[in-house]
Design a protein around this ligand. Structure first.
Ligand code: UD1
Length: 415
């Protein structure tokens, strides 16, 4: 397992280009299976999760190649509808292949990480949506077997918002017979990007960006060249990095329109920014305030993926803040590690109470992707050297966090 060493206490001052979005790229890669031809994805992030998804597609028979940050996927001939077990188990988001496999083959097999699949595990919304379109499911030896004689349009009503389930419903509906109406959709930008991609490839989706999508089924998708959008979470991470060091920084081509909740919180703690000609200028010299209350929410609320990273910033603030995690109950995994660095955080269920102060460098361990990024950001704000173990978790979602932070003026090193 690799590590990242961070020398803390250096105010950032530099510029960095924002990588392509992980959460937009993965479902679009799955969608490429619906095109019996070639899909070209420009600006595709070169991250571990994308490489895993690429391997899964190859296992199904797709041909892929990279030209710098362009990923070419040719799904003309597929040989299998069963995703590789090891790879699928490692990546929870592989569930988004379900809609595409059903649309392309009328069947699909996906591995599942442990436990009973169809019972209490939260993929109920995915399965219910695809059942409405005519799919049937069974579970056997840790795998989910999906089948549909024919996918037919229908009315899907989501009782709760789910990004992945909305994406699966859209992927199932886009090549189904007839029209599908989906209500209660997630309005996360990554759903909109998937829909835009599908429309560019010949799909007929209306209502993009709203909670009601109307999809007229088409017989297949066509070849397309699509630009993967910039990653709002990576961009938000670097805003937090600037904030915790009370530095500056310029982000090139960040998706500011998708970052409003984060930028609002950044302003509240004293950060200032200006956006001009595709550049976000950050000025964090006064970003030392606390936040009375912050809670995560579905888009356009504060993203759960930035919760632990913003929490790290607040450990170095003046005063007390409270953060409530509303989306995933188990998203405070970085807290014990932050405490090793001297952070004063008390957890009470879904609420973290943070008393601002100072951090000191320590040996800490990443346990998941965003929590790992939070530790790196904490290291930037700490006194002395921090060493974050298990950087592989971070590499699932960041092309090279160390490279990017160094471009912003930090002193970090991988080993
Ligand atoms: C996606 C993102 C993830 C982000 C999350 C919330 C990708 C690859 N991942 O995850 O980074 O943190 O959105 O913005 O895009 N739920 C159910 N039943 C279901 C599905 C979900 O109860 O069938 C629950 C989940 O347990 C969770 C909530 O719904 O509490 C939201 O999950 P969801 O929006 O589905 O997140 P993902 O698509 O998994």
């Amino acid at each position: 397992m690799g590590r990242i060493r961070i020398t803390g206490g250096i105010p950032l001052d530099g510029e960095v280009r924002i990588q392509g979005s992980k959460n937009a790229a993965l479902p679009i890669m799955a969608a490429a299976l619906l095109n019996r031809g070639t899909t070209v994805l420009k600006g595709c992030p070169r991250i571990a999760d994308v490489f895993r998804m690429e391997k899964i597609l190859q296992g199904l028979g797709a041909k892929t190649c990279w030209q710098e940050d362009t990923l070419v996927i040719c799904a003309r001939e597929l040989q299998s509808c069963a995703a590789d077990k090891d790879l699928g188990e490692k990546m929870r988001s592989s569930i988004v292949l379900l809609g595409s496999l059903l649309g392309r083959w009328g069947e699909g097999v996906l591995p599942f990480p442990g436990g009973c699949v169809i019972g209490a595990r939260p993929i109920d919304l995915h399965l219910d949506a695809l059942r409405t379109l005519g799919a049937e499911f069974r579970e056997e030896e840790g795998c989910l077997y999906a089948r549909a004689r024919e996918l037919r349009g229908g009315e899907i009503i989501f009782p709760r918002s789910s990004v992945g389930a909305t994406q699966n419903a859209v992927l199932g509906a886009v090549c189904a017979r007839g029209t599908t109406v989906i209500r209660g959709c997630s309005r996360e930008p990554e759903v909109s990007w998937l829909c835009r991609f599908l429309n560019q490839a010949g799909g007929q989706i209306r209502g993009i960006g709203t909670s009601c999508l109307e999809i007229r089924g088409v017989s297949g998708l066509c070849d397309t060249v699509f630009h993967v959008p910039a990653d709002r979470i990576a961009a938000g991470t670097y805003v937090c990095a600037s904030a915790i060091t009370r530095g500056k920084g310029i982000l090139l081509d960040p998706p500011v329109g998708e970052m409003r909740a984060l930028l609002k919180a950044y302003e509240k703690i004293g950060g200032q920014y200006r956006y001009k000609s595709g550049k976000l200028f950050l000025c964090s010299q006064r970003a030392s305030g606390s936040l009375g209350w912050l809670e995560t929410g579905i888009y356009p609320g504060f993203p759960t993926d930035l919760q632990s990273i913003f929490l790290a910033v607040l450990t170095c603030a003046r005063g007390e803040s409270r953060i409530k995690e509303n989306i995933f109950e188990d998203r405070f995994k970085a807290v014990p590690e932050l405490q090793k660095m001297g952070a004063r955080i008390a957890l009470d269920g879904r609420v973290a109470r943070i008393r601002g102060g100072s951090l000191r460098g320590a040996l800490v361990s990443a346990r998941e992707l965003r929590g790992g990024a939070a530790l790196v950001v904490a290291g930037l704000g700490a006194e002395g050297e921090t060493c974050v173990e298990n950087r592989e978790f971070i590499e699932r979602g960041y092309e090279d966090i160390s490279r990017d932070l160094n471009a912003l003026g930090a002193r970090t090193q991988k080993d």
